[in-house]
Structures are given as structure tokens and as C-alpha cells.
Design a protein around this ligand. Sequence first.
Ligand code: NAP
Ligand code: GCO
Length: 266
Amino acid sequence: MDVLNSFRLDGKIAWVTGGVYGIGFAIAEALAQAGATIVFNCRTEVDKERGLKSYEEKGIKAYGFIADVTDEQQVAELVKTVNEQLGTIDILVNNAGIIKRIPMTEMSVEDFRKVVDIDLNGPFICSKAVIPGMIEKGHGKIINICSMMSELGRETVSAYAAAKGGLKMLTKNICSEFGEANIQCNGIGPGYIATPQTAPLRERQADGSRHPFDQFIVAKTPAGRWGTPEDLMGPAVFLASEASDFVNGHILYVDGGILAYIGKQP
Ligand code: NAP
Ligand code: GCO
């Protein structure tokens, strides 16, 4: 076996949901570097143009679609159009997601439902849409972007933790139901990554000091730093490629060691 070649994605079509910026964009860039054709979706024309420009600046010819991952019709239309114009989707990265940081007793049911709808129902809808094509083609890769909150809770993120915990189990269930069809479904569990989603946790205080949560996370991380979207590029190529064909139902935590560490003594 040519082990290095097994990481190549030439001829593969990879759909990264919400891949306009942040973690999704970095993962899509990595898959493109490995040879994949990139498809991404977003919710507005402005974001689509922003995404196409960002990919072009990286020398990547990407294909953008307007589709909300919670909208079955829009997702079905995206998959149909990709099938017709490019071919069957080989790799799905369920990246699109939101978080709402609200104490549970103050969180509305609507807010709870919205987080679960995007972070858990969305991956179900998108996976359900691509699996038939993967079965017909004889292979497929689904990568669900989980979280530390797939394993741990913390104040104010009840909806997000419930959704990401569910996404961990959806990952294991897709593995169980479709492993026989040569579909591998794994998760990536990023630690605390510096993206727009976590920007509020890193904002400088009025006195110029670091945000208390920023200090907390750095003390909790053996690597002693926040992760970057680039830290996820290699793991994503691995789980998207033939190099991981016998890895299934696994959540690969890319967290700088947070889950292994009790934390530095204050
Ligand atoms: P981000 O910067 O907020 O980007 C999220 C992306 O998802 C945005 O492009 C967003 O588009 C898109 N999106 C949201 N709802 C959508 C929907 N209904 N349909 C289509 N696209 C939608 O977040 P990130 O930090 O890159 O995180 C990406 C993923 O990693 C998320 O699932 C997040 O939960 C997970 N994660 C993040 C961290 C971290 O520390 N950053 C750690 C672990 C896991 P809009 O611009 O329209 O909102
Ligand atoms: C939070 C953060 C985390 C990260 C990530 C950690 O408020 O605790 O946003 O949830 O986004 O999910 O893995």
C-alpha cells in the first residue's frame, strides 16, 4: 500500500457545510490541497460570493450554493445539482453550526430548538441526503464536527452540549447502519479554536487584560494555547481519505490535550 498516496483525494467531491470561513473553510482548503473538488453552502448570496472569493484567493475553484442545512428542500436541491453538474458527493463534512450562550433557566425553548435544529438536525438532513449516492458509488466519508461539549458540559451552553452530544451518537449510528456499505462516519472534536464563534470568549477586557475565559482555557490546555483552524486540516484529510478506511464511529479530539488534563494549578 502506498501510504502517502492513501491520503490523496484526487477525483473526490467534498461538500463542507457552512464552509465560508472559520473551521469549515480551513477544512475545505485542506481537502482541496489533497485534490478534492470543493462544494460549500451558506445562507445568503453575500456569503456565497464572499466564500467564492476566499477560495479563489487560495487558488481553489470551489462551488457555492445557498442552502440552509435545516431546510430539507434546499439540501436536496444542492445534492441534485451537484450530482448533475459535478458527480456524486464522496465526502460530507457537517461543519455548519451555531452556539447560544444563555443560562438554561433563561434560555427560551425557541433558542434551544434553533441550536439543536442547526447543530443536530442539520447533520441528519445533510447526511440523509448524501448517503444514497455513497451507497450506489460503493464508498463514502462523513465527518461530523463535534466538540468538547460532546463530552463535557459547562454553564450557559445546554442546547449546544445537547446537540453536540447527540451529534457524537449520530456519528456512531451512521457508522453502525452504513459501515457495511463502505461508508465511514467519524467525528472531529475540536478543542477551543480561535474563530468568530469563540471571539466573545477571547475579547480583551476594558482594562486591556485577557478575558478570564481565555486565561482559563489556556490553563486547561496542555498545549498552552487556543487552537487554530489550521490545526484541524491534517485530521480532516486523514478522516476524508482512504488512509482511514478502517476507522469508523470514532471521534477524533483535536484539542491540544484538554480532555486529558485536570488543568494547571492557579
Ligand atoms: P463559525 O465561525 O460561527 O462558522 C459557522 C459557519 O456555519 C458559518 O459559516 C455559518 O454561516 C454557518 N452556518 C450556521 N448556521 C447555518 C445553517 N443553518 N445553514 C448553513 N450554514 C450555517 O463557527 P466555527 O468556529 O468555524 O465552527 C464550525 C463548527 O465547528 C461548528 O459546528 C462549531 O460548533 C464547531 N466547533 C467550533 C469550535 C471552536 O472553538 N470554534 C470548537 C468545537 C467545535 P453564517 O455566517 O450564515 O452564520
Ligand atoms: C464555549 C465554546 C465551545 C467551543 C467548542 C469547544 O462557549 O464553550 O464556544 O463550545 O465552541 O465547542 O469544543
